[in-house]
Design a protein around this ligand. Structure first.
Ligand SMILES: Nc1ncnc2c1ncn2[C@@H]1O[C@H](COP(=O)(O)OP(=O)(O)OP(=O)(O)O)[C@@H](O)[C@H]1O
Ligand SMILES: [Mg+2]
Length: 291
């Protein structure tokens, strides 16, 4: 089942001279992890903002094409042009690069309760969701903390918990680890793997740490100059080193080395598995899922 279908998408911000996206078409199947990579200014963030309808419902501009979002849990289908962001955000959760920009409550638990409360969800259900989201993200015990006092990795996991409390089936993350130290990066990437593998959440992840994507994504979209320059499985994208270099995409050193070894006839295949980011074990120990 396709949960996202993007067809001939184009978008030009108000007063911008040229389109930030044009001729973008792709679809995402339920449960997939899609990696999005590409040079700065290529259109990755703009694409993220279209997927939960912020573009064009809140950020206006010249929009064309269609985006259909399907809720795999109910089978309902929504055209982002015709659906309010408040509804779309219960299906597509968007997590931004900078966790502070998404945190504005006094305590961790209030932060996570905020979304479902604003949907008018009944108190007991809100509490259940808060408990679940904090458990999955490994933040239990920090309920009463003031969010700015958390570490970078914890803040980003809290931003993810707040989005998860809306029970989205699709998670779109725009460079969620770019502000984090190596430990924070590991925590957040470990959590994303967990949500995708154990909780069946479809993930669309913009990430400069391409090693993680080459190892974990089902497919990679390379977005450059406002459109999809390449699309394929990690092993297919890894074959396109020349194009990637030309576009200005960093590829994992292990793949560079692998290409070099193959050129010299020393190995046959490409290695996509640098074990730089082993999944975090601590999240796996005490898992719960919402019934
Ligand atoms: N609010 C805006 N108004 C006008 N133009 C914008 C706006 N936001 C982004 N753009 C332009 O749209 C293009 C795509 O930007 P976008 O932020 O989507 O790229 P990106 O791939 O996310 O880049 P980065 O890797 O730096 O985050 C750029 O040319 C950018 O200048
Ligand atoms: Mg961006």
């Amino acid at each position: 089942m396709n949960v996202v279908e993007v067809e001939n998408l184009g978008f030009t911000y108000r007063r911008a001279e040229k389109p930030s996206l044009h001729d973008v078409s792709f679809s995402v199947r339920k449960g997939e992890m899609i990696g999005v990579i590409g040079p700065s200014g290529g259109g990755k963030s703009t694409l993220c903002l279209t997927l939960n309808g912020i573009i064009p419902n809140s950020i206006k501009g010249d929009f064309n094409g269609t985006i259909l979002i399907r809720d795999p849990w109910t089978g309902e289908e929504f055209n982002t042009l015709e659906t309010p962001v408040s509804k779309l955000s219960t299906i597509v959760g968007l997590v931004l690069q900078n966790p502070e920009s998404q945190l504005f409550n006094m305590t961790v638990e209030e932060e996570v309760a905020f979304g479902p409360e604003s949907l008018g969800i009944e108190r007991n259900e809100v509490l259940r969701r808060v408990r679940w989201a904090l458990k999955v993200t490994g933040l239990r015990g920090l309920e009463k903390e003031f969010p700015p006092n958390l570490s970078g990795g914890q803040q980003q996991r809290l931003a993810i918990a707040a989005v998860l409390a809306m029970r989205p089936s699709i998670l779109v993350l725009d460079e969620p680890t770019s502000q984090l130290d190596p430990r924070g990066k590991r925590e957040v990437l470990g959590l994303i793997s967990l949500l995708n593998r154990e909780h069946g959440i479809t993930v669309i992840l913009v990430e400069h740490h391409t090693g993680y994507l080459f190892r974990n994504a089902d497919r990679i979209l390379v977005v450059a100059d406002g459109t999809i320059a390449l699309e394929g499985k990690p092993e297919e994208i890894a074959e396109e080193v020349e194009t990637l270099r030309r576009i200005g995409v960093k590829i994992p050193p292990s793949i560079e080395v692998s290409h070099e070894l193959r050129k010299r006839g020393l190995v046959k295949g490409l290695s996509l598995t640098p074990e730089e980011f082993p999944p975090l074990k601590e999240h796996h120990s005490d898992l719960g899922s919402l019934p």
